[in-house]
Ligand binder design. Sequence first.
Ligand SMILES: Nc1ncnc2c1ncn2[C@@H]1O[C@H](COP(=O)(O)O)[C@@H](OP(=O)(O)O)[C@H]1O
Ligand SMILES: [Mg+2]
Ligand SMILES: [Mg+2]
Ligand SMILES: [Mg+2]
Length: 351
Amino acid sequence: MSTYAKELEIAQLAVQRASILTKRVFHEKAKGTVSKDDKSPVTIGDFGAQALIISALKANFPEDEIVAEEEAASLRTNEALRQTIWDLVKTTQLSDPSAESALGGEIADEDAMLTMIDHGNSKGGASGRIWAIDPIDGTLGFLRGGQYAVCLALIVDGQVQVGVLGCPNLPVDDTAPLTGSVGEEGGSGVLFSAVLGQGASSRPLTTGGLAEQKTIAMRPLSDMSAATFCESVEAGHSAHGDQAEIAKKLGITNPSVRLDSQAKYASIARGAGDIYLRLPVKATYQEKIWDHAAGDLIVREAGGAVTDIQGKTLDFSVGRTLANNKGVIAAPASVHSKVLAAVQEVWNNKK
Ligand SMILES: Nc1ncnc2c1ncn2[C@@H]1O[C@H](COP(=O)(O)O)[C@@H](OP(=O)(O)O)[C@H]1O
Ligand SMILES: [Mg+2]
Ligand SMILES: [Mg+2]
Ligand SMILES: [Mg+2]
């Protein structure tokens, strides 16, 4: 068995199961949205997906630490919301019994569900095995009817070893035009994964066991002017103006493709786009490890390089945030230094 084979298998099945829950909520009008302390939204889909993923991890790797985005505090005082989530969680299973049983079976009751959610409160750090979970990345996209991703990564002694992204609204076809909006028929969804040193792959998302996988790779980029770059839909999450200036400096003529979530990392990893730019809007914002761990590894294993705007690799060893980094540049390894140089020119001119 290759290294991290079991972790990869469980992570993929856990993300696939959680994706089923998020899809159910995606098609509902009422998504049980509540506002967090930082004013950002969280939905019944985020809470439910986090409970299901953590339950699978606890059943298989009880000693591991977990850093997850959400916490159960607001659910302890909001019975209606808690019950809605519980109804979703207890009725979401993989249709393949052996896959479902690999995830350790059902959560016992509502209280156990809250405990599961709160197991994601690890401080993270430089030693040991730490899972990073973003149950729904791109919650704003999820609410808008756009792209979102279910994200899970295993970090060991500060290095991302396993990364899995479920992107329920991406098309299975790698060559389909890249857009941030979901078409009439929607995408049927793709599950991306990578293990350090073992390459990156993708397979269609299913509602049962894992579908057959294929290797993915970034597009060779011989002509920078033909590159497609991706950025957030939300202007508050990355600096659209700076990014447009950088693209111009690089001679990129295609308009940027705006899509929510780590679907950006996944899309460039499979050659549906080329470059992902995330320039800080606010100097004080610290990126969260769960927003990047899986995507960073998947892009690197597909032939890309990922750094911050100073050219430093992303440092997952300093807690729940990327406190040592600012912004993100992800590009094919062969052109990354060129992109970095353009970013630095624009960034330094601003000072
Ligand atoms: N000021 C800010 N700068 C950068 N990222 C931010 C931000 N405020 C929130 N975010 C993060 O941006 C993520 C979405 O990224 P994107 O814009 O690429 O879709 C959010 O994840 P969630 O949706 O999981 O909360 C959130 O963690
Ligand atoms: Mg959030
Ligand atoms: Mg996120
Ligand atoms: Mg999230």
